[in-house]
Structures are given as C-alpha cells and as structure tokens.
Design a binder for this molecule. Structure first.
Ligand code: 9JX
Length: 303
C-alpha cells in the first residue's frame, strides 16, 4: 500500500481531519463553521466574512439566527483564518465567489427546498453581491453590513488606480498600510479583541490584493443592475473604510422591489462590533428582516 501523503494541517498546525472543512477547486483546504438550529431548519444563511478576518468572528450573529431556526454556515476564505493559502493573497477575487458557491451548493444538497440567504460584511458584502448576481434565482435575500461597493474617492483617484496596476506588475507583494481598528469601531472592547485575535491578519494590505479589490468593485458596478432579490443594507454615515455612498448607489441601482437601507448616524464600519446600542439594533434588524422573509411568515404581505 502506498504511504498516505502527510496529512494537511491548518496554518495554526491543527489537522484538517479534526475540523469541518471543504476542499476547493484548487485543492486548498478551507475551514468551515456550522451553527445548527435547535429545531428543523427553516432557511439557510451563508455568512461571507471580510478581508483580514475569519468566520468565527460571526459567532454571536450566527447564534442569534439559530434561535429562529436558521441553519447558518460559513468558511474562512482562502488565505484567511484557519484556511490554506498565503495570507491575504488571492489570485483572482472570483476565487472567493467560486468557493462560496461550492459551499452553498453543498449545503443546499443537504437541505433541499429551503430558502437560502446571503450575509456579508465589508469585502464579504462584495462577495455576497457578486455571488447573488451570478445566480439571480438561487437566493431568497441578502443582508449587507457596511458592504464594499465603491472605492473611497480619495483612495482611488485614476492616477492611484493606474499606479497600483503598474506597481502590481513589479512589486505585487509590496505592503501598504494596515487598518487602525479604532477607526472601525467606537467600542474599545471590540477593538481590543480584534487587535489581539490571533486568527486576524494584522499585516499590511498587499498591492496585489488592492488590485483584486479594485477589480471586484469594477465588476460590482456592472452587476448592481442585475440584483432582483430582497436586500437589507445596514451602514454607518461616518464609515471611513467603506463609503456609505456605495450603499446609496446600491439602493438607487438595484432593481429589487424589496430593498431596505438602515442608516446609523454615528456608528463606524464594524456595525456588528460597535457600541452595544448599535450592535443590538443591528442584530434585531437582521433577525426580524430574515424572519419575515421565511415562507409562512406573512409580514409584508398584509394589505
Ligand atoms: C484596508 C480593505 C475591507 C488592510 C479591510 C473592532 C476591509 C473590528 C472587526 C473585522 C474590520 C472586519 C473589515 C487596509 C489594510 C477592505 C474593530 C481592508 C483593509 C485591510 C473587511 C472586513 C475589522 C475590514 N474592528 N475590511 N473587524 N474588518 O472586509 O471586527 S471590531 Cl484588510
């Protein structure tokens, strides 16, 4: 018998055979997370985490959705958390979308007939939008927390975009600045737990990654007019990382009949990790919105 090739381990040195995982189309192992409801599931929610973070940071949010009998699932995108891949490098942004569709298709097979929802934060919002636009009839709704839809105007002047693309040809691994967690949330406890989270990427953004983000944004611009599913967007006005203009654009452009934008006047980017009053409102809005989209729930259909 031929010797088994050495068993695969996470970047943290844990055997994948001991963790829930999928193997993507490139043969990379992706760490998965499943939150099971206490009773028979009424719907599926796929959570797309954002750049530099990982899916276990959505534990509270997912837990809350299992209370109303959603089956919630997620994975760490390539190059993130407990998944394989060079840290925060992706050959093409579409890899994130492709892997998400693979995981969603797998869970749909396990739970035939249930409505499927997408939930994404920041870059995870961009992944959710592109995933929905690729499968216009597959999803019953999409929740976006401060989604990445447009580039921040001062960060992406035509000259800088051109410079990034040229730089990418010569120095793709050059790292630019990293994020200051204090501009992402006003909650010091959340800033602290983010800053000390060992599964978070605390390094700088690579030029090659910036180019992938810009490609994704350009694609989203062309995709918004294809979104016909129910959409809930939550965004803070003073968001310094993903401009709220992106959510206004989405609301103006998406042909969905059922779209809601909940604006927070003072909250920063990480609305689900913000001051307790913001985060509890965000959780409450998401829970009631998703609950209303389930078949058998007649809210919104009454005259
Ligand atoms: C920019 C670019 C999007 C490096 C980051 C308290 C994103 C908390 C938290 C997790 C924010 C979620 C989002 C420069 C350098 C585009 C404070 C960059 C970026 C990077 C996402 C997710 C912090 C940031 N912060 N982001 N998070 N991130 O897509 O939970 S809690 Cl990566």
């Amino acid at each position: 018998m031929p010797e088994e090739s050495s068993p695969r381990k996470t970047p943290q040195n844990v055997l994948y055979q001991e963790l829930p995982h999928i193997v993507n189309a490139d043969g990379q192992y992706l760490f998965c997370r499943y939150w099971k409801p206490p009773a028979a599931p009424r719907g599926l929610v796929f959570v797309a985490h954002g750049a530099g973070e990982h899916c276990c940071r959505y534990d509270d949010l997912a837990q809350m959705l299992t209370d109303i009998n959603f089956f919630v699932f997620a994975h760490d995108h390539v190059g993130h958390g407990q998944s394989e891949g060079d840290r925060m490098i992706v050959s093409d942004f579409h890899v994130y979308v492709r892997d998400s569709l693979q995981h969603i298709d797998l869970m749909k097979k396990d739970h035939p007939g249930l409505p499927v929802f997408l939930l994404g934060h920041s870059m995870g919002g961009a992944i959710a939008i592109l995933t929905a636009s690729e499968r216009p009839n597959d999803f019953s709704g999409m929740v976006l927390i401060s989604p990445l839809v447009v580039a921040s105007p001062e960060a992406a002047t035509p000259i800088k975009v051109f410079a990034a693309k040229v730089l990418n040809l010569v120095l793709p691994n050059l790292t630019l600045g990293s994020i200051d967690a204090n501009v992402v949330s006003r909650n010091k406890k959340e800033v602290d737990s983010y800053t000390t989270d060992p599964l978070v990427y605390h390094g700088g953004l690579r030029v090659s990654f910036v180019v992938q983000l810009m490609n994704a944004i350009a694609k989203i611009e062309r995709c918004l007019s294809k979104l016909t599913l129910p959409i809930l967007v939550l965004h803070g006005i003073p968001d310094k990382l993903c401009d709220i203009k992106g959510s206004y654009l989405l609301m103006d452009t998406a042909p969905s009949q059922d779209k809601t934008l909940k604006v927070y006047d003072e909250a920063y980017h990480a609305l689900h990790k913000e001051l307790p009053e913001v985060t509890s409102s965000v959780f409450k809005e998401i829970k009631s919105w998703l609950g209303q989209k389930l078949p058998g729930s007649q809210e919104g259909h009454r005259p």
